[in-house]
Design a protein around this ligand. Structure first.
Ligand SMILES: Nc1ncnc2c1ncn2[C@@H]1O[C@H](COP(=O)(O)OP(=O)(O)OP(=O)(O)O)[C@@H](O)[C@H]1O
Length: 315
Protein backbone atom coordinates (compact mmCIF):
# COMPACT_ATOMS: atom_id res chain seq x y z
CA UNK A 1 0.00 0.00 0.00
CA UNK A 2 1.34 3.45 -0.86
CA UNK A 3 1.72 5.67 2.21
CA UNK A 4 -0.44 8.78 2.27
CA UNK A 5 2.25 10.76 4.05
CA UNK A 6 5.94 9.99 4.20
CA UNK A 7 8.37 12.03 6.22
CA UNK A 8 12.00 11.21 5.53
CA UNK A 9 14.97 12.40 7.55
CA UNK A 10 13.15 15.58 8.49
CA UNK A 11 15.17 18.13 10.45
CA UNK A 12 14.76 21.61 11.86
CA UNK A 13 17.44 23.85 13.25
CA UNK A 14 16.86 27.16 15.01
CA UNK A 15 19.98 29.31 15.25
CA UNK A 16 22.31 26.32 15.36
CA UNK A 17 20.10 24.33 17.74
CA UNK A 18 18.57 21.20 16.24
CA UNK A 19 15.03 20.71 17.54
CA UNK A 20 13.96 17.98 15.10
CA UNK A 21 16.54 15.52 13.82
CA UNK A 22 16.31 12.96 11.00
CA UNK A 23 12.71 12.11 11.69
CA UNK A 24 11.00 9.37 9.66
CA UNK A 25 7.24 8.86 9.67
CA UNK A 26 5.02 6.72 7.48
CA UNK A 27 1.27 7.19 7.54
CA UNK A 28 -0.94 4.81 5.58
CA UNK A 29 -4.48 5.54 4.38
CA UNK A 30 -6.93 4.81 7.18
CA UNK A 31 -4.33 5.16 9.97
CA UNK A 32 -4.93 7.03 13.17
CA UNK A 33 -1.30 7.94 13.60
CA UNK A 34 -0.40 8.85 17.15
CA UNK A 35 2.49 11.30 17.37
CA UNK A 36 3.70 11.28 20.94
CA UNK A 37 6.34 13.03 22.94
CA UNK A 38 6.75 15.09 26.09
CA UNK A 39 6.39 18.87 25.97
CA UNK A 40 9.17 20.40 23.90
CA UNK A 41 9.94 17.14 22.06
CA UNK A 42 9.38 18.77 18.67
CA UNK A 43 5.85 17.66 17.76
CA UNK A 44 4.46 21.08 16.87
CA UNK A 45 7.60 21.96 14.92
CA UNK A 46 7.26 18.73 12.92
CA UNK A 47 3.56 19.32 12.26
CA UNK A 48 4.24 22.88 11.14
CA UNK A 49 6.86 21.62 8.71
CA UNK A 50 4.45 19.00 7.36
CA UNK A 51 1.85 21.69 6.79
CA UNK A 52 4.39 24.01 5.21
CA UNK A 53 3.82 26.66 7.90
CA UNK A 54 7.55 26.78 8.58
CA UNK A 55 10.54 25.85 6.41
CA UNK A 56 12.27 22.54 7.03
CA UNK A 57 16.04 22.55 7.44
CA UNK A 58 16.47 19.12 5.85
CA UNK A 59 14.65 16.02 4.67
CA UNK A 60 11.66 15.33 2.52
CA UNK A 61 7.89 15.22 2.92
CA UNK A 62 5.83 13.27 0.41
CA UNK A 63 2.05 13.29 0.14
CA UNK A 64 0.69 10.30 -1.82
CA UNK A 65 4.14 10.00 -3.39
CA UNK A 66 4.34 13.65 -4.43
CA UNK A 67 6.66 16.23 -2.90
CA UNK A 68 4.68 18.45 -0.57
CA UNK A 69 6.07 21.64 -2.08
CA UNK A 70 4.74 20.53 -5.46
CA UNK A 71 1.15 20.07 -4.30
CA UNK A 72 -1.14 22.59 -5.95
CA UNK A 73 -3.39 23.16 -2.91
CA UNK A 74 -1.96 21.44 0.20
CA UNK A 75 -4.79 22.71 2.40
CA UNK A 76 -7.34 20.99 0.19
CA UNK A 77 -5.47 17.70 0.75
CA UNK A 78 -4.66 18.20 4.42
CA UNK A 79 -7.10 19.63 6.93
CA UNK A 80 -5.58 20.81 10.19
CA UNK A 81 -6.30 21.98 13.66
CA UNK A 82 -3.02 23.36 14.92
CA UNK A 83 -3.84 26.24 17.20
CA UNK A 84 -6.84 27.19 19.26
CA UNK A 85 -9.61 27.39 16.68
CA UNK A 86 -10.36 30.91 15.43
CA UNK A 87 -14.13 30.83 15.66
CA UNK A 88 -16.62 33.68 15.85
CA UNK A 89 -18.26 33.38 19.29
CA UNK A 90 -21.32 35.50 18.47
CA UNK A 91 -22.21 33.44 15.42
CA UNK A 92 -23.83 30.02 15.57
CA UNK A 93 -21.98 26.85 14.62
CA UNK A 94 -23.79 26.72 11.29
CA UNK A 95 -23.03 30.41 10.59
CA UNK A 96 -19.34 29.87 11.39
CA UNK A 97 -19.19 26.95 9.00
CA UNK A 98 -21.00 28.92 6.28
CA UNK A 99 -18.58 31.80 6.70
CA UNK A 100 -15.52 29.61 6.30
CA UNK A 101 -17.13 27.92 3.32
CA UNK A 102 -17.67 31.32 1.74
CA UNK A 103 -14.01 32.17 2.34
CA UNK A 104 -13.15 29.13 0.24
CA UNK A 105 -15.46 30.61 -2.41
CA UNK A 106 -17.81 27.67 -2.20
CA UNK A 107 -21.50 27.36 -1.38
CA UNK A 108 -22.50 23.81 -0.71
CA UNK A 109 -25.30 23.52 1.81
CA UNK A 110 -25.44 19.74 1.60
CA UNK A 111 -21.72 19.46 2.47
CA UNK A 112 -22.24 21.78 5.43
CA UNK A 113 -25.08 19.70 6.80
CA UNK A 114 -23.08 16.53 6.22
CA UNK A 115 -20.19 17.98 8.21
CA UNK A 116 -22.40 19.15 11.08
CA UNK A 117 -23.72 15.60 11.25
CA UNK A 118 -20.22 14.15 11.06
CA UNK A 119 -18.91 16.20 13.99
CA UNK A 120 -22.05 15.57 16.07
CA UNK A 121 -23.13 19.23 16.11
CA UNK A 122 -26.42 18.95 14.24
CA UNK A 123 -28.44 19.51 17.43
CA UNK A 124 -26.32 22.49 18.53
CA UNK A 125 -25.82 23.99 15.06
CA UNK A 126 -28.03 27.01 15.77
CA UNK A 127 -26.58 27.84 19.16
CA UNK A 128 -24.02 30.62 19.42
CA UNK A 129 -20.48 29.31 19.61
CA UNK A 130 -19.83 31.18 22.87
CA UNK A 131 -22.23 28.72 24.51
CA UNK A 132 -20.27 25.71 23.21
CA UNK A 133 -18.03 23.56 25.39
CA UNK A 134 -14.36 23.39 24.39
CA UNK A 135 -14.95 19.94 22.91
CA UNK A 136 -17.78 21.30 20.73
CA UNK A 137 -15.57 24.18 19.59
CA UNK A 138 -12.83 21.71 18.69
CA UNK A 139 -15.29 19.64 16.67
CA UNK A 140 -16.60 22.71 14.88
CA UNK A 141 -13.01 23.68 14.03
CA UNK A 142 -12.50 20.15 12.71
CA UNK A 143 -15.62 20.51 10.56
CA UNK A 144 -14.11 23.71 9.15
CA UNK A 145 -10.84 21.88 8.44
CA UNK A 146 -12.83 19.17 6.66
CA UNK A 147 -14.67 21.63 4.38
CA UNK A 148 -12.44 21.03 1.34
CA UNK A 149 -12.77 17.27 1.85
CA UNK A 150 -9.09 16.59 2.64
CA UNK A 151 -7.55 13.13 2.65
CA UNK A 152 -5.54 13.72 5.82
CA UNK A 153 -6.58 15.45 9.03
CA UNK A 154 -3.81 16.78 11.28
CA UNK A 155 -4.66 17.55 14.89
CA UNK A 156 -2.06 19.05 17.23
CA UNK A 157 -2.91 18.18 20.84
CA UNK A 158 -6.69 18.33 20.25
CA UNK A 159 -7.47 17.13 23.76
CA UNK A 160 -5.52 19.92 25.50
CA UNK A 161 -7.83 21.60 27.97
CA UNK A 162 -10.62 19.02 27.61
CA UNK A 163 -12.05 17.36 30.70
CA UNK A 164 -12.13 13.54 30.90
CA UNK A 165 -15.62 13.41 29.37
CA UNK A 166 -14.47 15.71 26.55
CA UNK A 167 -11.43 13.49 25.95
CA UNK A 168 -13.65 10.40 25.75
CA UNK A 169 -15.96 12.19 23.30
CA UNK A 170 -13.00 13.25 21.17
CA UNK A 171 -11.71 9.68 21.09
CA UNK A 172 -15.07 8.31 20.00
CA UNK A 173 -15.33 11.03 17.39
CA UNK A 174 -11.88 10.25 15.95
CA UNK A 175 -12.74 6.57 15.73
CA UNK A 176 -15.95 7.46 13.91
CA UNK A 177 -14.06 9.69 11.47
CA UNK A 178 -11.49 6.98 10.81
CA UNK A 179 -14.33 4.50 10.32
CA UNK A 180 -15.56 6.77 7.53
CA UNK A 181 -12.19 6.49 5.82
CA UNK A 182 -10.36 9.58 7.13
CA UNK A 183 -6.63 9.30 7.82
CA UNK A 184 -5.67 11.16 10.97
CA UNK A 185 -2.39 12.40 12.43
CA UNK A 186 -2.86 13.31 16.08
CA UNK A 187 -0.21 14.58 18.46
CA UNK A 188 -0.28 14.33 22.22
CA UNK A 189 1.99 14.25 25.23
CA UNK A 190 -0.22 11.64 26.92
CA UNK A 191 0.20 8.01 25.99
CA UNK A 192 -3.11 6.76 27.34
CA UNK A 193 -5.03 9.25 25.20
CA UNK A 194 -3.44 7.93 22.06
CA UNK A 195 -3.10 4.29 22.99
CA UNK A 196 -6.86 3.85 22.89
CA UNK A 197 -7.35 5.17 19.36
CA UNK A 198 -4.11 4.94 17.38
CA UNK A 199 -3.31 2.29 14.80
CA UNK A 200 0.30 3.42 14.51
CA UNK A 201 2.52 5.18 16.97
CA UNK A 202 5.57 7.40 16.71
CA UNK A 203 7.35 8.59 19.83
CA UNK A 204 9.85 11.42 19.73
CA UNK A 205 12.04 12.79 22.45
CA UNK A 206 14.47 15.69 22.18
CA UNK A 207 13.64 15.96 18.46
CA UNK A 208 14.68 12.37 17.75
CA UNK A 209 12.56 9.37 17.03
CA UNK A 210 12.45 6.80 19.79
CA UNK A 211 10.22 4.37 17.96
CA UNK A 212 7.66 4.01 15.21
CA UNK A 213 5.47 0.94 14.79
CA UNK A 214 1.92 -0.33 14.47
CA UNK A 215 0.33 -0.03 17.91
CA UNK A 216 -0.78 -3.66 17.95
CA UNK A 217 2.81 -4.75 17.47
CA UNK A 218 4.05 -2.41 20.17
CA UNK A 219 1.47 -3.56 22.67
CA UNK A 220 2.30 -7.15 21.83
CA UNK A 221 6.00 -6.64 22.28
CA UNK A 222 5.49 -4.77 25.54
CA UNK A 223 2.99 -7.13 27.05
CA UNK A 224 3.96 -9.47 29.86
CA UNK A 225 1.99 -12.56 30.75
CA UNK A 226 1.64 -13.44 34.41
CA UNK A 227 0.65 -16.97 35.38
CA UNK A 228 -0.77 -17.65 38.82
CA UNK A 229 -0.35 -21.28 39.83
CA UNK A 230 0.07 -23.54 42.85
CA UNK A 231 3.10 -25.14 41.12
CA UNK A 232 5.25 -22.27 39.87
CA UNK A 233 8.43 -24.33 39.41
CA UNK A 234 6.69 -26.96 37.24
CA UNK A 235 4.90 -24.26 35.23
CA UNK A 236 8.18 -22.37 34.80
CA UNK A 237 9.89 -25.48 33.37
CA UNK A 238 6.92 -26.24 31.12
CA UNK A 239 6.65 -22.67 29.80
CA UNK A 240 10.38 -22.41 29.09
CA UNK A 241 10.23 -25.62 27.02
CA UNK A 242 6.98 -24.60 25.29
CA UNK A 243 8.37 -21.23 24.21
CA UNK A 244 11.62 -22.81 23.01
CA UNK A 245 9.74 -25.45 20.99
CA UNK A 246 7.81 -22.64 19.27
CA UNK A 247 11.00 -20.77 18.45
CA UNK A 248 10.46 -17.89 20.90
CA UNK A 249 13.24 -16.38 22.96
CA UNK A 250 11.06 -14.52 25.49
CA UNK A 251 12.46 -14.33 29.02
CA UNK A 252 10.57 -16.28 31.67
CA UNK A 253 11.03 -15.58 35.37
CA UNK A 254 9.74 -16.73 38.70
CA UNK A 255 8.57 -13.78 40.77
CA UNK A 256 6.60 -13.82 44.05
CA UNK A 257 5.50 -17.41 43.44
CA UNK A 258 4.18 -16.48 39.99
CA UNK A 259 5.56 -17.14 36.53
CA UNK A 260 6.16 -14.09 34.38
CA UNK A 261 6.84 -14.17 30.64
CA UNK A 262 8.28 -10.87 29.41
CA UNK A 263 6.99 -9.59 26.06
CA UNK A 264 4.83 -12.67 25.64
CA UNK A 265 5.05 -13.39 21.92
CA UNK A 266 2.21 -15.86 21.40
CA UNK A 267 -1.46 -16.58 21.95
CA UNK A 268 -2.17 -16.93 25.68
CA UNK A 269 -5.16 -19.21 25.02
CA UNK A 270 -2.85 -21.69 23.26
CA UNK A 271 -0.41 -21.71 26.15
CA UNK A 272 -3.23 -22.07 28.64
CA UNK A 273 -4.63 -25.08 26.75
CA UNK A 274 -1.17 -26.70 26.61
CA UNK A 275 -0.61 -26.20 30.35
CA UNK A 276 -4.04 -27.56 31.28
CA UNK A 277 -3.53 -30.56 28.99
CA UNK A 278 -0.29 -31.29 30.81
CA UNK A 279 -2.20 -31.37 34.08
CA UNK A 280 -0.71 -28.16 35.49
CA UNK A 281 -2.94 -26.30 37.98
CA UNK A 282 -3.46 -22.80 36.51
CA UNK A 283 -5.55 -20.39 38.58
CA UNK A 284 -5.12 -17.26 36.48
CA UNK A 285 -3.49 -15.79 33.37
CA UNK A 286 -3.03 -12.03 33.39
CA UNK A 287 -1.84 -9.89 30.49
CA UNK A 288 0.04 -6.81 31.63
CA UNK A 289 0.45 -4.12 29.03
CA UNK A 290 2.06 -1.58 31.32
CA UNK A 291 5.56 -1.73 29.86
CA UNK A 292 4.74 0.61 27.01
CA UNK A 293 3.52 3.08 29.60
CA UNK A 294 6.60 2.49 31.78
CA UNK A 295 8.82 3.14 28.80
CA UNK A 296 6.94 6.31 27.91
CA UNK A 297 7.07 7.52 31.52
CA UNK A 298 10.83 6.99 31.51
CA UNK A 299 11.06 9.13 28.41
CA UNK A 300 8.81 11.89 29.68
CA UNK A 301 10.63 12.00 32.99
CA UNK A 302 13.81 12.68 31.10
CA UNK A 303 15.36 9.23 31.41
CA UNK A 304 16.83 7.19 28.61
CA UNK A 305 14.64 4.68 26.81
CA UNK A 306 16.56 1.86 25.23
CA UNK A 307 14.11 1.14 22.50
CA UNK A 308 14.97 0.85 18.85
CA UNK A 309 13.03 2.00 15.85
CA UNK A 310 10.59 -0.62 14.71
CA UNK A 311 9.24 -0.54 11.23
CA UNK A 312 7.52 -3.81 10.63
CA UNK A 313 10.17 -5.62 12.69
CA UNK A 314 10.33 -6.29 16.38
CA UNK A 315 11.36 -4.05 19.24
N1 LIG B 1 10.57 29.66 16.63
C1 LIG B 1 11.39 28.98 17.43
N2 LIG B 1 12.64 29.43 17.67
C2 LIG B 1 13.49 28.75 18.49
N3 LIG B 1 13.18 27.58 19.09
C3 LIG B 1 11.96 27.08 18.90
C4 LIG B 1 10.99 27.75 18.06
N4 LIG B 1 9.85 26.99 18.03
C5 LIG B 1 10.09 25.92 18.83
N5 LIG B 1 11.34 25.97 19.35
C6 LIG B 1 11.96 24.98 20.26
O1 LIG B 1 11.88 23.71 19.67
C7 LIG B 1 11.66 22.71 20.63
C8 LIG B 1 10.48 21.87 20.23
O2 LIG B 1 9.29 22.64 20.38
P1 LIG B 1 7.85 22.12 19.92
O3 LIG B 1 6.87 23.22 20.21
O4 LIG B 1 7.92 21.61 18.55
O5 LIG B 1 7.63 20.91 20.91
P2 LIG B 1 6.31 20.10 21.20
O6 LIG B 1 6.72 18.67 21.23
O7 LIG B 1 5.24 20.48 20.28
O8 LIG B 1 5.98 20.53 22.65
P3 LIG B 1 4.70 21.33 23.21
O9 LIG B 1 3.67 20.29 23.35
O10 LIG B 1 5.20 21.86 24.51
O11 LIG B 1 4.40 22.40 22.21
C9 LIG B 1 11.48 23.41 21.96
O12 LIG B 1 12.67 23.34 22.68
C10 LIG B 1 11.18 24.85 21.56
O13 LIG B 1 11.67 25.73 22.53
Amino acid sequence: MQPLLEVKQLSKTYGGRTVVQDLDMTIYPGDIYGFLGPNGAGKTTTIRMILGLIQKSGGEILFAGQKMEELRDPFAEIGCLVEAPGLYPNLTGRQNLALFQKLRKKQDKARMEELLEMVDLKQAADQKVKAYSLGMKQRLAIAIALLPNPRLLVLDEPTNGLDPAGIREMRAFLKKLAGQGMTILISSHLLDEIEKVATRLCIIHGGKQVLEAPLEQLLQSHRDLEIVTAQPQAVFTFVTGWLKARGHSATTRLADGKVLIESFPDDSALLNAAMVQSGLPISELRMQSSRLEDMFMTITEGGQAHVGRVAGGSV
